[in-house]
Design a protein around this ligand. Structure first.
Ligand code: UD1
Ligand code: CA
Length: 453
């Protein structure tokens, strides 16, 4: 049996008041469409298609970061039924089609599997995933006659009695592909919105079932900024709870945002105002924060990051960084390194037990183990056109205020004198000094003052 998934992502999302497609609005800093694609990828469909429409350039660019996803374009946004029609070829290639809304991020693999099972055992033409929720405003209502599921009624088309119904359509469905192809041409725009409603398929089709999810959250979607905030709050608390169950500590959760894909080891404490995103993995026994922003990083065990910004970097075990330090992409900080205040490291490898204690920029550099940087050192890696690397051997001592003009190499155990600008290689074990002689003019201050008077 071949399965395909069609994710509807063409709508403009007028109620969001945005110039961008609604499905790119973010929940925990990941576009809603990304959540739905993740669930679809985990399920393992034979084919995944995304229907784009409004600002298809932006949605298409986001989708192109995923492997094996087909894009179907909907030229005009004439409703969800029309959107599915734009994926006709995908439907023709499979036996069962799952349609998902790109603006309902909490759909999950368990629900997709359980609903497919009902769809197959009941031999239905359509199986709608539903749930009972406290506030059904804005959702299509599930209409039942004597308990039997007969139709979905959109909010705009509901009678006052129907509007009271709390069981709603999640916007996720399983369809028998052949029946769907037969039914789509029969949809009309004869409704309050003047759109082709996908939901009308339910009434047209013969055999229908409703899979009522025990977890009402999976139906939640966001059409407005308010609903988006609610989804964010829900996802945030859910993630923090999961982490606590896995042994992560929070003294308070104030200002703490942790992305859904982040992994954190036990006995790690996250301090306030800390944002951890992307595919970040953090080890055990760390203290992260306060006021830190970590994105797509791999952090080892027993690491302390105090007021640190770190992006696309690796930090090994027993490292201490901060306060007020930044790791930019492509950085590896090896075991036991200490990085202090106002230090920026970019695209560099910092060797075991090296110390970069204060006010220093290390860019495009390969630094050995046990190196000491004094205060205020700079690797001058850029000549305005090209970037060059700096290489520093093990146990070198870089004196305060050294400028290393790349490309340049400092040998093992070499020393640069404070205030030197180094433009040529310094061999191992040597001292490099670049400094004007100091002239001392005694009593100069007094003379100068007298002249002024
Ligand atoms: C839809 C359902 C409603 C359900 C709700 C769940 C219909 C008619 N109604 O309503 O029963 O309770 O979802 O969240 O389907 N889209 C397109 N092209 C279009 C129109 C929409 O691709 O022409 C996409 C949107 O980008 C969105 C999804 O389809 O991702 C749903 O559209 P939306 O307008 O948000 O439908 P709802 O009013 O929420
Ligand atoms: Ca919606």
């Amino acid at each position: 049996m071949k399965t395909a998934c069609i994710i509807l992502a063409g709508g403009a999302g007028k109620r969001m008041k945005s110039e961008r497609p609604k499905v790119l609005a973010e929940v925990l800093c990941k576009p809603m469409l990304g959540w739905v694609l993740d669930a679809a990828e985990q399920f393992g469909f034979d084919e995944i298609a995304v229907v784009t429409g409004f600002r298809a350039d932006l949605t298409g660019a986001y989708v192109s970061s995923r492997q094996n996803v087909t894009i179907c374009h909907q030229p005009e946004q004439k409703g969800t039924g029309d959107a599915v029609r734009c994926a006709a070829e995908v439907i023709s290639r499979c036996d069962n089609v799952c349609v998902l809304n790109g603006d309902a991020p909490f759909i999950d693999v368990e629900t997709l599997k359980a609903s497919l099972e009902l769809h197959q055992t009941s031999g239905s033409d359509v199986t709608v995933i539903t749930a009972a929720i406290d506030d059904p405003q804005g959702y299509g209502r599930i209409i039942r006659k004597n308990g039997e599921f007969t139709a979905i009624r959109e909010q705009k088309d509901c009678s006052p009695e129907e509007a009271e119904i709390c069981e709603v359509n999640s916007g996720a469905y399983w369809f028998n592909a052949a029946k769907l192809s037969e039914t789509l041409p029969k949809l009309s725009t004869n409704n309050a919105a003047g759109e082709y409603y996908l939901t009308d398929c339910v009434e047209i089709m013969q055999r229908r079932s409703a899979y009522t999810s025990p977890n009402p959250d999976i139906v939640l979607g966001a059409n407005t900024r308010g609903a988006l905030l609610e989804l964010n709050q829900l996802a945030r608390i859910r993630k923090l709870s999961q982490l606590m169950e896995e042994g992560v500590s929070f003294i308070t959760i104030d200002g703490i945002i942790i992305g859904s894909d982040v992994k954190i080891g036990c006995d790690t404490t996250i301090l306030p105002n800390t944002v951890i995103l992307g595919n970040t993995v953090i080890g055990k026994g760390c203290v992260i924060g306060a006021n830190s922003h970590i994105e797509n990083c791999k952090i080892g065990n027993n690491v302390q990051l105090n007021n640190v910004q770190a992006y696309d970097s690796v930090v090994e075990d027993d490292v201490k960084i901060g306060p007020f330090a930044q790791l930019r992409p492509g950085t590896t900080i090896r075991q036991g390194v200490k990085i202090g205040d106002f230090v920026e490291i970019k695209n560099s490898d910092i060797g075991v037990n090296t110390a970069v204690a204060h006010l220093t920029y290390v860019g495009d550099s390969d630094v050995g183990r046990g190196v000491n940087f004094g205060c205020g050192c700079v690797t001058a890696n850029y000549d305005g056109i090209n970037k060059f690397r700096t290489k520093i051997g093990d146990h070198a001592f870089i004196g305060c205020n050294t400028n290393l003009i790349a490309p340049v190499e400092i040998g093992e155990n070499a020393t640069t004198a404070a205030g030197s600008t180094i433009t040529k290689p310094v061999p191992a074990n040597s001292l490099a000094v670049e400094r004007g002689q100091v002239r001392v003019i005694e009593n100069w201050g007094k003379n100068a003052l007298r002249k002024k008077k």
